[in-house]
Design a protein around this ligand. Structure first.
Ligand SMILES: [Zn+2]
Length: 113
């Protein structure tokens, strides 16, 4: 289960950021998670509450936003939506697609008090 290490990284970044802002508590976090990251939102929420226990992020609200996949098709020379990591281009059917999004895990917003 890689959600645990992901959460540790996220909480660490969030706590650092909150401390830098002189915050006493983190109210909420918005995480962007790519569809190809194979992150289970329920597992992520569960790990988050475990990892954040005793930190500034304890009891913070975790919002998970799913980022759809997209890639650059070399044959069509444009960005196309992707449903699987090494999928074919939906327009020309070839597999010359370089994934450009769908793999991210990013802390997008942090609300502190
Ligand atoms: Zn194409």
């Amino acid at each position: 289960m890689h959600e645990m290490s992901l959460c540790e990284a996220v909480v660490e970044i969030a706590v650092e950021e909150a401390k830098r802002n002189g915050a006493k508590h983190i109210r909420s976090l918005v995480l962007e998670v790519g569809v190809f990251g194979h992150v289970d939102p329920d597992a992520l929420a569960f790990c988050f509450s475990a990892v954040s226990h005793g930190t500034l992020a304890e009891n913070a609200r975790l919002v998970i936003e799913c980022i759809p996949g997209s890639g650059w098709c070399l044959d069509c020379a444009k960005t196309v939506p992707m449903t699987e990591r090494f999928g074919a281009c939906p327009e020309c059917g070839r597999r010359h697609v370089q994934m450009s999004s769908g793999d991210e895990l990013r802390l997008r917003e942090l609300e502190v008090e």
